[in-house]
Design a protein around this ligand. Structure first.
Ligand code: PGA
Ligand code: ZN
Length: 437
């Protein structure tokens, strides 16, 4: 048994310059583990609450109350426990705050603590974090297929385009390293095209280009052009992935694309997405309809679920019960796993395991507000979940996570990269039999 000696929170700052919670867990043998809470901008209504101080200081964003949760409420309960008992520690935090959205302690307080505990437990065993996770949950580790943003939009780019993430995946790559290389070519090709056309305004919250397009579809056309300019045939090694984040512009079955000056009902919006799926090499779509529109999610999945991966993010908020409900209703066929939506590592893993049981695929994901914490690279690898989404191909809070996967690949070898296997049930998988060889 390795005893927890202290649990201490401090205020640090995230990639958007907002305060966030960092927790250090120190063990009796002197070993430490650290976790930092990320923060979303396009948040689901049912995800764990980030406890902020409100008021005038720091635009209401300070986290002193969450720091107090850790230092004065959580720490006394965790000190003296065995660090190896992650489930017990996470459960103890839940008992301190049984509110459905962790609004008493704050999801930012619980998630930073939960990550620090996981890191400390791995360090106590002198194991790589991915290895510790694979051992604890009895999983076979594998290096995930990334989703990488080329253009940012929605809440991450001043709503300059309505769709939030225009991403690529490289399921035809032979290694994680090759994914990085091809992505770099596509990213800069996209930048060059935009510069030439006078469409480049800068870089969005997750490091993707901040676009000045005349329509949402122009982003798709430019993405295809960028893939071609990078020397790739769209739909061969490289495919498109979209996060529509539809809850940001869809409510009560009405969807408003401000850039296109178009308002439509759910049926018309699904038709529009369907036309994009026909016209562009899209293999994955996240939150295609609003979180308040379950009939439309089921309808969208019925129509396109055999063809593309359909991920629930705001729609499922890393919640086990919501995943099981969606699976029963035939809505979505994949779930985004964001540890701070659930609020603890144990609940996130439970959601992942439940998703796997229902046949859903999983994508471990960062938030738009991130830090140097690279835990999720290890979580995706250790669980062997298959996919990882951490934003774009610039800014160190993003690159730190991709680079960590490269370090892991050095240990596990390129053959541990999953390649196109996670997209086996899509048109891309059927075309390529999902086999990377
Ligand atoms: P968020 O965006 O972190 O702002 O919620 C990420 C996403 O929607 O996937
Ligand atoms: Zn999303």
């Amino acid at each position: 048994m390795t005893t927890i000696k202290s649990v201490k929170a401090r205020r640090v700052w995230d990639s958007r310059g907002n305060p966030t919670v960092e927790v250090d867990v120190t063990l009796a043998n002197g070993v430490t583990g650290r976790g930092i809470a990320p923060a979303g901008a396009s948040r689901g209504a049912r995800e764990a609450i980030d406890l902020r101080d409100c008021g005038a200081r720091l635009r209401g964003m300070d986290v002193q109350r969450a720091l107090t949760s850790v230092n004065e409420i959580i720490a006394p309960v965790l000190v003296g426990r065995d660090v190896a008992d992650q489930v017990g520690a996470d459960r103890a935090m839940l008992e301190l705050d049984p509110s459905p959205l962790k609004s008493t302690l704050g999801g930012n307080a619980t998630v930073a603590t939960s990550i620090a505990l996981l890191q400390a437990a791995a360090a106590a065993e002198n194991k790589h974090l991915w290895q510790h996770i694979a051992d604890v949950y009895d999983r076979s580790a594998s290096i995930p297929l990334p989703e990488i943003q080329i253009f940012g939009g929605g809440a991450h780019a001043g709503r300059r385009v309505d769709i939030q993430d225009f991403m690529i995946m490289v399921p035809g790559a032979n290694s994680f390293d090759e994914v990085m290389e091809i992505t770099s070519e596509v990213y800069f090709a996209a930048g060059d095209i935009m510069k030439q056309k006078g469409r480049l305004a800068g870089v969005a919250d997750e490091g993707g280009w901040w676009p000045v397009f005349d329509s949402n579809e122009e982003a798709l056309e430019t993405l295809v052009a960028a893939i071609e300019k990078a020397g790739e045939k769209p739909g061969e090694r490289v495919v498109i992935s979209l996060d529509i984040a539809a809850s940001e512009f869809g409510k009560d079955g009405k969807y408003r694309l401000a850039l296109d000056d178009q308002s439509m009902d759910s049926a018309a919006f699904i038709d529009l997405l369907g036309r994009w799926i026909e016209a562009y090499p899209i293999a994955s779509i996240e939150d295609p309809v609003g979180e308040d529109d379950p009939e439309s999610m089921a309808e969208f999945t019925r129509r396109y679920g055999q063809r593309v991966q359909i991920i629930g993010d705001d729609y499922l908020v890393t919640n086990k019960a919501l995943v099981e409900e969606a699976a029963a209703a035939g809505a979505c066929n994949a779930v985004l796993i964001k540890v701070n939506q659930a609020g603890t590592i144990s609940e996130s893993v439970d959601t992942f395991l439940a998703a796997e049981k229902t046949g859903f695929r999983s994508v471990v994901s960062a938030r738009s507000g991130e830090t140097e914490d690279v835990t999720i690279s290890h979580l995706a690898t250790g669980l062997g979940c298959g996919q990882l989404k951490v934003g774009s191909f610039t800014r160190s809070e993003r690159m730190a996570k991709w680079n960590e996967c490269l370090r892991i690949q050095d240990i596990l070898g390129p053959s541990a990269f999953v390649g196109g296997a996670p997209l086996a049930a899509t048109w891309w998988g059927r075309k390529n039999s999902g086999d990377k060889s």
